[in-house]
Design a binder for this molecule. Sequence first.
Ligand code: NAI
Length: 299
Amino acid sequence: MIPIDNGTTENSTPAQTALVTGGASGIGRSTVRLFLTRGWSVVAADLNESSGRALLDEHPNEVAAGRLAFARADVSSEEDVERAAAQAASLTGHLACVVNNAGIGGAFGRITETSVEDWDYTFAVLSRGVFLGVKHAAKIMQAQGTGGAIVNVASLAALTGDAGPQAYSAAKASVVHMSRVFATELGPHRIRVNCVCPGAIATPLNPSASRGFDGSELARAQPLPFVGEPEHLASAIYFLGSSESSFVTGQYLAVDGGLEAAGPRLGQYLGTDPRYGSLVGVNRGNTGVKSTVHGKATQ
Ligand code: NAI
């Protein structure tokens, strides 16, 4: 029997805290709920104070027990992120997980019409925000000496060229790669860094995914026949943020109903994919052995 090193000491102490940025809405809010349900204490950091108040109103018992707090923070500001991370660390004395989730749609329009200000704003929130979140999580976790887990929220748009606006997609691609490079640096400290890539998830940020699924363009593109919900992300984030994934670091997990797996569906467009046509048999290439691909009667 091989003794299993649990990787980090996450979950080994009863009182541990998660910091969730963008925790007042959508995916972040569901993530806050799930961590609370699993017995964690949580600091939700968000720019939107009224959503933050609504989150606290939803969980009066956890607030009264000192297990849930809100931090008004702009993730593009180092001062704000540092303060929120310190607040989270002081809640139980053990910051075990940071979820860098805050996000916006960012700059829209063709590259010829995109302003530098809008491009920089997009990167400040989506890319710098994650860098700062990892930086201040790592400082605290290294000082604690008990490891930890960082989960960054990227996007399917990070993995393909036309799943989101240009600045958004490029910034999210940086999140996937930051997760790899920081994972290699922080691994020796038993701090794991992973990321999730949501597909189309029904949240206030993505009104089209929220507008119903059946018969939609999305339903035609996505293999799984139901809409992605914030809870689908929360469980993936919890997996990567807790000791359930102790030996996983530097990875991205697409939580997208199969959109990445389906890819550009070139075979469908070119008529060469037998799943969408009526071809059957085997193509033996240029081996000199006869191929047997032929049309079959449709049923
Ligand atoms: P949401 O709009 O429901 O929640 C995002 C939260 O981030 C909001 O509460 C907002 O106030 C906060 N926020 C925005 N800028 C901030 C800043 N500078 N500092 C602090 N907080 C800030 O959106 P959703 O859909 O839950 O998005 C969460 C993450 O998931 C984002 O990073 C988004 O890019 C990503 N994502 C979402 C997808 C979707 O289809 N909903 C698809 C792919 C990725």
